[in-house]
Design a protein around this ligand. Structure first.
Ligand SMILES: [Zn+2]
Length: 340
């Protein structure tokens, strides 16, 4: 089966003077992906050509978007109410769109299949949070899961689209993957989360030898704990006491270890978070050069995702702030040397 991608936004610039001569066909960039069978996973989404880090793989408007009823602690969203809302939206769609939705796979127990609306089950398996709402993106839903994915995604409220972009270089013919779950968990914990999608994960992180899996588990648990431990330290005010300064120095060193751990584990989704920690930790001890470099590395990743997001703007601000401190530091040093 082949499903061509849809170019949903046209950025062609029309400069011809006569309206009769204006060519309204948007030729857009070449198609990025194709949907083909993926071994053991039903269908999957594959690269039609080499893709660079930051390249957009898909942008998709939700075909169904609902405001969820209240979340019930312990049992989740009430499925009957969700199914009803989804069906109402579904009925308003074209037959093509309806068929596209009904072609999606879903996971449910035999009892659920017996008692629940199939549409609700499809929605439960395939939908993504879109800000305060939940949306169904049939094309994006075709991308299979990996615990070391090569793409990431974000929801753009401004564009009303979910955007999937490459976080690694991807070769032509390689399968695109995203993560359906939080990734800073052990292999066992990840599989428990994935059970609700009804598959056993055999991604490159899960299919490793036991020793390698143990190392990977250890790294993920350490990264998770480090993110928690660093949280209260992420302030720009310099340490006041000698003890606090010593601690801040230790933190700056630990932040470098954290950045390399995240890279070793290949968890591109968390690179920018680790780089921001390294930037702020160095800024606190007045190491402006590494502070500026790490902030800029984080900014470069975030800007690919969404140039307007608060995270991107914050990293931009930190980079320019740290750069100017670094410049003054250099000026002061050369002034001191000049005065000798
Ligand atoms: Zn996996």
């Amino acid at each position: 089966m082949h499903t061509p991608s849809v170019t949903s936004s046209c950025k062609c610039a029309f400069t011809l003077p006569s309206p009769q001569l204006v060519d309204h066909t948007c030729r857009g960039p070449p198609e990025v992906y194709t949907v083909e069978p993926s071994q053991g996973k039903g269908l999957g989404v594959f690269a039609l050509h080499d893709v660079e880090i930051g390249d957009i793989v898909m942008r998709e408007t939700p075909v169904v978007k609902i405001s969820p009823p209240d979340f019930v602690k312990g049992t989740g969203y009430p499925m009957a109410a969700i199914s009803k809302l989804v069906r109402q939206e579904f009925e308003t769609l074209s037959l093509d769109k309806q068929a596209e939705i009904l072609s999606l796979t879903y996971h449910a127990t035999p009892a659920e299949i017996e008692t629940m609306d199939q549409l609700g089950l499809i929605f439960r398996t395939n939908a993504y949070n879109t800000g305060k709402e939940i949306g169904l993106f049939p094309k994006i839903a075709r991308i299979n899961h990996s615990c070391r994915p090569n793409t990431s995604y974000y929801w753009s409220e401004r564009l009303n689209k979910r955007i999937v972009y490459a976080t690694r270089k991807i070769k032509q013919g390689e399968e695109f993957s995203v993560s359906y779950i939080p990734l800073l968990l052990t292999q066992k914990e990840r599989q428990a989360r994935l059970d609700r999608y009804g598959f056993k994960c055999h991604c490159e992180a899960c299919a490793q030898e036991r020793a390698a899996t143990e190392v990977s588990d250890e790294r993920r648990v350490t990264i998770n704990q480090a993110f928690i431990d660093f949280e209260p330290q992420l302030i720009l005010t310099p340490p006041k006491s000698k003890t606090a300064t010593r601690q801040a120095r230790k933190n700056a060193n630990a932040s470098l270890q954290l950045a390399s751990l995240v890279q070793e584990e290949g968890l591109a989704d968390y690179y920018a978070k680790a780089y921001r920690i390294a930037a702020i930790s160095h800024a606190r001890v007045g190491d402006w050069e590494p502070a500026a470099i790490w902030a800029n590395k984080g900014y470069e990743l975030k800007v690919m995702e969404d140039p307007q997001s608060p995270h991107t703007l914050e990293l931009h601000h930190l980079t320019s702030n740290f750069l100017s401190n670094w410049e003054s530091q250099l000026r002061n040093r050369s002034a001191m040397h000049g005065g000798q």
